[in-house]
Ligand binder design. Structure first.
Ligand code: LLP
Length: 463
């Protein structure tokens, strides 16, 4: 087929040397349920809808770019984690993935707890009515103000991340006349198979206290000796976007070994272990994520087995999924602005957002899918790179994908699986206005985080 048949650019995968697509999908109008929120479907008129509302209506009412979040899907995923872990375990949703007051209320109603990692997340959680005892406070360098706020609020636990913090939290709790429940975060020496920036349990990184060379045992000694602290458990988080269960199993085994060592040395059986978050999701059809019940079964079996072998009472397990709950529940809706075909290479499709609403492609080389959602098309597939409007050539939203070759300015594109670490990592680069998050449910859409305005930008600029 001649190139001229495809004026908007080349259609062949033979020009593609990187990325995961080797050939165009057989039907560009199809929506793979693996990467789209549960209620996303293409209606008879060809327009995609979520929660019963068509994207064309959503774009008219709320503008683009915008994140649309399927509330019933969020609740269903939260419930699936809760049910999978049952009553002998706790699920702490990791607020860093995406946090807003509506989300906090949904979590509360679905029986989940909440992991926060800054004063800002703490204040959001408390202001939405999450009971403090269901909140865990994380971070490798919590400020004295943050620790004080957490202790004052009565958070259920603070996860201690360093030797300095053991003393700081003990001192603050003591001076407030209380004893703070704490866990100790250890690095178990597992290399998680994920991007270097989101792997956290090998020793050469900033988080936690190493199990190796007796550091963690020493930290336990100190924590147990201080009045202001009630050490209730050990915490491990090995990384993020992980598909392989082996890392979690090694971590569980090593954490239980530390519990046994603590029992042997101090005669104390710590009652809790937290095995962190990190379960991967499908960003493209190539990804095959594990289900919550699979991870629940694997973790509880290994912890029970190891505890039995060490003659320990089985501790209460907790986990901290963020991405696996919120990631698949949202997509970002963009409008196509300009289209630039590069003969023999690819077609650049510029949308009205970019690295300010999704930094993950630039930062981690993350792969995403994309679909034309305002209509169907029978045109030939063309190889595209979806880029943003920022003054930076690395401003890529979707590196390699196929879209119909009759794509035109004004068409709406949606990028699925942007619920986690997109709005929460959004920036004002180039003084972009951060997009809103709109929850859609049962035919109704409502803004849960509003779009930034130029007034918001100017309000901070007080010079
Ligand atoms: N618990 C702790 C202690 C964590 O540090 C994290 C993530 C989680 C739980 C939740 O992990 P999840 O289930 O969401 O994978 N910005 C990166 C991810 C950084 C994750 C940081 N910690 C990304 O966009 O991939």
């Amino acid at each position: 087929m001649s190139r001229s048949a495809h004026p908007a650019g080349p259609r062949h995968a033979d020009v593609l040397t990187e990325g995961h697509y080797s050939a165009p999908p057989s039907d560009l109008n199809a929506l793979d349920p693996k990467v789209w929120a549960h209620t996303v479907t293409r209606t008879d008129d060809g327009v995609v809808s979520v929660g019963g509302v068509e994207v064309t209506t959503l774009a008219e009412e709320f503008g683009t770019p915008a994140y649309f979040l399927d509330e019933s899907d969020f609740r269903a995923r939260a419930r699936a984690w809760r049910t999978a872990f049952g009553h002998d375990a706790d699920v702490f949703y990791a607020g860093k993935a995406f946090l807003s007051r509506a989300v906090v209320r949904w979590l509360y109603e679905e029986g989940l707890n909440l992991d926060v990692c800054s004063g800002g997340e703490l204040v959001t959680a408390l202001s939405a009515g999450m009971p403090a005892d269901r909140i865990a406070f994380h971070g490798n360098n919590k400020s004295a103000e943050e620790i004080t706020a957490a202790v004052r609020a009565g958070v259920g636990r603070i996860v201690l991340d360093s030797f300095q913090e053991i003393v700081r939290v003990a001192h603050i709790a003591h001076s407030l006349g209380t004893r703070q429940r704490v866990q100790l975060r250890v690095t178990v020496g597992v290399e998680a198979h994920t991007h270097e920036f989101i792997a956290t349990a090998h020793e050469d990184q900033k988080f936690g206290i190493a199990l190796a060379d007796g550091q963690a045992a020493e930290a336990v000694r100190r924590a147990l000796s201080l009045d202001g602290l009630e050490l209730v458990g050990i915490h491990s988080h090995i990384g993020s976007q992980i598909f392989d269960m082996a890392g979690f199993e090694v971590a569980a085994r090593r954490v239980v070994a530390l519990l046994a060592a603590v029992r042997d040395e101090h005669g104390v059986e710590l009652p809790e272990i937290d095995l962190g978050g990190g379960l991967g999701i499908a960003y493209t059809s190539d990804d095959d994520p594990r289900e919550p019940h699979e991870i629940a079964k694997a973790l509880s079996e290994i912890v029970s087995r190891e505890c039995e072998a060490a003659k320990l009472r089985t501790p209460r397990i907790s986990v901290e999924p963020g991405r696996a709950i919120v990631g698949p529940t949202a997509f970002t809706l963009y409008e196509v602005g300009t289209i630039k075909p590069l003969e023999g290479l690819r077609t650049y499709v510029s949308v009205d957002g970019g690295m300010s609403d999704n930094i993950r492609t630039a930062l981690y080389d993350a792969e995403y899918s994309v679909a034309l959602v305002s209509r169907t098309s029978d045109a030939e597939p063309m190889l595209v790179r979806v880029v943003g409007k920022h003054c930076e050539s690395g401003d890529i939203v979707v590196k390699d994908a196929f879209l119909p070759s009759d794509l035109a300015p004004g068409d709406l594109l949606a990028v699925p699986a942007t619920g986690a670490y997109c709005r929460s990592m959004a920036s004002n680069y180039n003084h972009a206005l951060r997009p809103p998050v709109v929850a859609v449910n049962d035919g109704e859409a409502r803004v849960i985080v509003r779009r930034e305005t130029e007034d918001d930008l100017l309000r901070l600029d007080v010079g």
